[in-house]
Design a protein around this ligand. Sequence first.
Ligand SMILES: *Cc1c(COP(=O)(O)O)cnc(C)c1O
Length: 428
Amino acid sequence: MNRERSEKLFTQAQRYLPGGVSSPVRAFKAVGGNPLFIRKGAGSKIYDEDGNQFIDYVCSWGPLILGHCHPKIVAALKKVVEQGISFGAPTELETTLAKAICTAMPSIEMLRFVSSGTEAAMSAIRLARAFTARDKVVKFAGGYHGHSDGLLARAGSGVATLGIPDSAGVPSNYTQNTLVTPYNNTEAVEQLFKRYPGQIAAIIVEPMAANMGVVPPQPGFLKRLRRLTEEFGALLIFDEVITGFRVAYGGAQALYGITPDLTCLGKIIGGGLPVGAYGGRKDIMQMIAPLGSVYQAGTLSGNPLAMTAGISTLKILSQPEVYNQLEARSSLLEKGIAAIAAKAGVVVQVPRVGSALTVFFCQESVLNYEVAKRADTKLYSKFFQQLLSGGIYWPPSQFEAAFVSLTHTTEDIQTTVEAIGKALKSAL
Ligand SMILES: *Cc1c(COP(=O)(O)O)cnc(C)c1O
C-alpha cells in the first residue's frame, strides 16, 4: 500500500501541529506507525491522500451514523450556507433541533447547545453543583467526559491510549472534588455517598461505557445509580455524547429504561459538525443564564450549519427500521468476528450494544476499566496494522469503539470479517 503522500503530509504537519494532529488519538501512537491523511469520504468508505480505499469503522469517532457525505445532509448544508454561516443571534433552527431532541428523549425538557461534548459535560457539572449546592462529583474509572480539568481523572479513551493516568497541568485541587470509582460496581458508589454525606452533587456516567472500549452496563447497574442519587439528593447525569441516537433513537436512557436528571449530548446530534448539548429537567435547566445564575455561553453555540446537519440527521434516524437495520448489520459483524476468531484460535471479547462494538484481546469478559487494561494491546496493534493494510480503517486504539453506519452494507461486513480473519492469523 502506497503511503508516500500521507507520510509527506505528516512530516509537514508536525512542523506546525503538536504531533501533527488536532486530537491525540489520531496520531496512531497506541498502535504505532504514522497516521493516514484522509482526502474524502463517501458512504462507508474513506480515501486517503494516496488514493487507498478503506471501509471506515471510526466514522469520525461516532457522529457519522449515516456514513460519509449523506446526500440529504450535504444538500441541506449547501442550502443553509448560502444564507449565512453564523449570526450570534437566535435562529429557528435551534428550536427545531431542540424539539426533535426533547421528543426523542422525554427526560430532556429543555436544553442548551454548546460546541463540543467537553463543554456539555463541563457545563452539566457546573449546573448540577449549582442546583444541589454541593461540590463533589462521582465519575467512573475509564469514563470519558471530555477534557475539562475536573473530569480528567482516570478518563479512559485517548488518555488511556497514551497511558497518562491523569493529564499534566491539572492542579490537584481541580480534581479533589472528583471521586473516581469502578464502573459496574454500585457498592463502591453507595460507600462514597455514605462517606461524603450531603456533599455529592451528581454522578456522571456513560450509560454504556464506550471510551474504555465498549463496556455495557451490568443489569441493574444504572437502576441502582438512579436509586442512590434519589436517596442521597444527588443528580444523575447521563453522558450520552456517544450513546445518544446511537444505541437507540432515544439513547441509552430509552434502551435501558432509566430517566436521568441531566443528559449530555454531542457527536450524532451535530451530524459531523462541531456540536454538544446538555439538557434535562426544566427546574434545573432554568438555573442557566439568562434565566438563572449559572453562567455558560458560546460564540458559535447553536451554529446554523451544525443545527442543520443535526436536524437532517435526526430526521433520517427517526424513520422506522433504521435501528433494526443498524442492529442487523452490527450483529452480523459481531457474530462474524466471534466465529472467525474462534476458527483462528484467538480469544477475543466482542462486547456490542447496537452499532458500537469493541474487539478486546482479553481472556475475561470486560466489566470495567481494570479488566479492560489487561487486554493485550500489543496484539491489538498488530491486528490494527494488518486490518489497515487490508483496507479496513479500524479504531487505532484498544480503548475505542468501532462504529457501524447505515451505509455499511452486508458486503462491507463480509469483506471486513474476512479481513479480520486474516489479520488475526497474521497478528498471532
Ligand atoms: C466524545 C465524548 C465526549 C467529548 O466530546 P468532544 O466533542 O470530543 O468534546 C464526552 N463524553 C463522551 C461520552 C464522549 O464519547
